[in-house]
Design a protein around this ligand. Structure first.
Ligand code: TPP
Ligand code: MG
Length: 335
């Protein structure tokens, strides 16, 4: 089986898209993630976040494009870089922010912090920070969905680095042989921390490996939310109809460092500038205005809403108490 590549259609007229409201919503969600991350970064620099951070800035089109094709009762599995996935799936910004501040109103009651953000009531498993650790869990969740027969799909996000973990190969294989309803979404941002993709892969695309498991492999422009949406939607529908998993690779780039205190000596400023020209958010804005689906007035209002939403979330999180010490072991072990 050949991997299918639809990466090279940058600028092509998109087809098979949802209603215009949903398209404007994709802009809103990407903008929310971008500003959430930028403002969380400011809070971190002020010493107000008691943990490390892996920011999602630059990769917004992937989370939003994939989640736009999911049902409310579908599930998302995430990684050490999870804020964007949760926001895209509909977890409340205030619940994530409270979690980052270690408050009891956080989505994991303040006990998980940045790397374990998630809210099962919104269809987001608490994130797994072990690289590749969420892959077998996605297969297990897919098996549960298949046994329930309720048509639920799991979207499992991971980085290029995860695709070189043993658990990744085992998880993909078992999902493949049992036709489990999982979309494996690789966010290939070209680096695993400081290690370049080209030093750790002999193949050009992560999706080229799909043929080893007998499943479809698709590589898509991860800086184009519409391209991600179309490819993800096809994979999601295939999974829902019993057609098994897909390996969907989104070529993307993180605009910031890997985590805090990363001087980015392993990549050039010129490369960063080239990728920034592909920023999905202004591109989507331009496309919405150019195609008459929205206008600057509506999109400016959305931008204002994003700032207000963050202000309110911060006010809520700051006013919330920390978990009581008596809660130390609650929700940690299964009763
Ligand atoms: C098994 C394991 N090894 C190492 C780490 C430390 N670590 C955290 S993130 C990361 C890089 C992951 O790269 P990638 O999967 O490409 O995701 P990205 O950070 O680019 O989003 C590493 C090595 C870890 N958390 N788990
Ligand atoms: Mg990476």
């Amino acid at each position: 089986m050949e991997a299918k590549t639809i990466l090279l259609n940058r600028g092509a007229e998109p087809t098979g898209l949802p209603e215009s409201d949903s398209l404007v919503d994709m802009y809103r969600r990407m903008k929310l993630i971008r500003r959430f991350e930028e403002r969380v970064n400011d809070l971190y620099l002020q010493g107000r976040i008691p943990s490390t951070l892996h920011l999602y800035i630059g990769q917004e089109a992937v989370a939003v494009g994939v989640c736009a094709g999911l049902r409310e009762d579908d599930y998302v599995l995430s990684t050490h870089r999870p804020h964007g996935h949760s926001l895209a799936k509909g977890v409340e910004p205030r619940a994530i922010l409270a979690e980052l501040l270690g408050k009891v109103t956080g989505c994991c009651r303040g006990k998980g912090g940045s790397m374990h953000v998630g809210d099962i009531t919104k269809g987001v498993y608490p994130a797994v920070a072990i690289v590749g650790g969420n892959i077998p869990i996605a297969a297990g969740a897919g098996l549960a969905a298949k046994m329930r027969g309720d048509g639920q799909v799991e979207a499992c996000f991971f980085g290029d680095g995860a695709a070189n973990e043993g658990a990744w190969h085992e998880g993909l294989n078992i999902a493949a042989i049992w036709d489990l309803p999982v979309v494996f979404v690789c966010e290939n941002n070209l680096y695993a921390a400081s290690t370049p993709f080209s030093l750790t892969f002999k193949v050009e695309n992560v999706a080229d490996r799909a043929c080893a498991y007998g499943i479809p492999g698709v590589t898509v422009d991860g800086m184009d939310v519409l391209a991600v949406y179309r490819a993800a939607n096809e994979a999601i529908e295939r999974a829902r109809q019993g057609g098994g998993p897909t390996l969907l690779e989104c070529k993307t780039y993180r605009f910031c460092g890997h985590s805090r205190s990363d001087p980015r000596t392993y990549r050039g400023r010129e490369e960063e500038q080239e990728w920034q020209k592909l920023d999905a958010i202004p591109r989507m804005r331009q496309w919405l205005v150019g195609s008459g689906l929205s206008d600057d007035g509506q999109l400016d209002e959305i931008d204002d809403w994003v700032e207000r939403t963050f202000d309110e979330a911060l006010e809520f999180a700051e006013a919330s108490p920390e978990p009581d010490v008596s809660e130390l072991f609650t929700d940690v072990f299964k009763e």
